[in-house]
Design a protein around this ligand. Structure first.
Ligand SMILES: Nc1ncnc2c1ncn2[C@@H]1O[C@H](COP(=O)(O)OP(=O)(O)OP(=O)(O)O)[C@@H](O)[C@H]1O
Ligand SMILES: [Mg+2]
Length: 357
């Protein structure tokens, strides 16, 4: 069995990026416990530094695990909480899984670790195809070779479980939720954490809390395999809930989906205004269900008026609906079809706007 001195020497072989000292010497191995084949400690760092220390945490854990005779290692990274900070409310997330997180996981940080870009798919109005676009856009980005995650933040009507054919509560490891995987995408939905019924009664602060947790306490990426982009399907609307959500989410950009009718476009304008208010760039507008029934071209004209990039339109197409219902996105199912090709173009534009090459 490794003894305490060996553990300390191993940890001091890993340097604190801020002071250049070994981890123990730098005071970063708090509550170090060494017992038989187990070791663990807490690494408490300033709130803004958790991303900096995430790889250090992993390195420390790996180094201890590599010691002969060591079988269980737990290194918990936490952010120092400023005294003025309000207590984090997690009680609203009833599932026992989240209770576990509360006890063991690091305090949520601003950005999810190992995620390069966070993109919101939004709409002012419900039912315009936001989730359909989010799922297929994610699939198209993945088809272009990116590592992609998809977060269903629509607390009022999570649809990712159906659209990707997912079920089952996420597993916990080291205090982090493991995302589901489908078609090469890492996926997490509020619908996987709660029954659909629970989701409906959430109010603003709870919704916001749930989103923060899914964002920062899901193992989206690792040091070896960081996520290039996380696509977030936001709940529809432009009210206080949405404002809170986008204020609390570290978004690099947003894509707004609208149908061609004026009522939907008015909501798209409000969505854009909301993003402007919080300084998140709207990367572009997509017209969905474009065609004879709803008209055509409204979103393009709106994009011109708002000085936004028009990404293109999607026809009213049965394959989009069927793909969603069957849990197999059309971009995956018919990658050479017209609809998939349009998503490939949107994906290209998003990558360019976010400098993801
Ligand atoms: N271009 C399209 N052609 C045909 N059906 C579509 C198209 N886009 C979306 N749909 C269908 O319309 C319905 C609503 O789409 P979706 O769930 O993506 O919208 P949403 O904006 O996310 O809705 P909500 O506001 O409820 O979250 C779904 O049944 C979907 O399959
Ligand atoms: Mg939706």
């Amino acid at each position: 069995m490794p003894d305490r001195d060996t553990v300390i020497a191993t940890l001091d072989g890993i340097l604190d990026p801020k002071t250049g000292q070994g981890l123990v010497a730098a005071g970063l191995a708090q509550g170090l416990t060494v017992a038989d084949d187990r070791a663990g400690f807490v690494m408490e760092v300033p709130a803004g530094d958790t991303a900096l220390y995430a790889p250090i945490r992993e390195a420390a854990e790996a180094a201890l695990k590599a010691l002969p005779g060591m079988t269980r290692v737990s290194v918990v990274l936490t952010a120092e909480t400023a005294p003025a900070t309000k207590p984090v409310r997690t009680a609203s997330l009833s599932p026992q899984a989240l209770d576990q997180t509360r006890a063991r996981a690091p305090v949520p940080t601003d950005r999810p670790a190992y995620v390069h870009r966070v993109l919101a798919v939004a709409s002012g109005k419900g039912g315009v195809g936001k989730s359909t676009v989010a799922v297929n856009l994610a699939a198209a980005l993945s088809a272009q070779g990116l590592r992609v995650g998809l977060l269903d933040a629509d607390v009022y009507g999570p649809s990712l479980p159906t659209m990707l054919g997912l079920s089952g509560k996420p597993e916990y490891r080291d205090g982090m939720m493991q995302p589901h995987e489908a078609f090469g995408l890492k996926a997490m939905s509020v619908g996987l954490l709660t029954g659909a019924g629970d989701a409906m009664v959430w109010r603003g602060p709870m919704a916001s809390q749930a989103l923060t947790q899914m964002l920062t306490q899901t193992r989206w990426g690792t040091a070896e395999a960081p996520l290039d982009i996380l696509v977030v399907d936001l709940p529809p609307g432009t009210g206080d809930v949405q404002l809170t959500l986008i204020q609390k989410t570290p978004l690099d950009g947003a894509v707004i989906v609208s149908t061609p009718q004026e009522v939907a476009l008015a909501d798209a304008r409000r969505a854009h205004a909301l993003f402007q208010k919080v300084g998140v760039p709207t990367l572009g507008l997509i017209e969905n269900m474009s065609g004879d029934v709803f008209g055509r071209g409204g979103a393009k004209a709106e994009a011109v008026r708002l000085d936004l990039l028009y990404l293109g339109d999607l026809p009213l197409d049965a394959s989009l609906r069927e793909g969603g219902d069957a849990g197999r996105p059309v971009v995956v199912n018919e990658p050479d079809g017209n609809v998939a090709q349009r998503f490939m173009v949107f994906a290209g534009a998003v990558r360019e706007a976010l400098a993801l090459t």
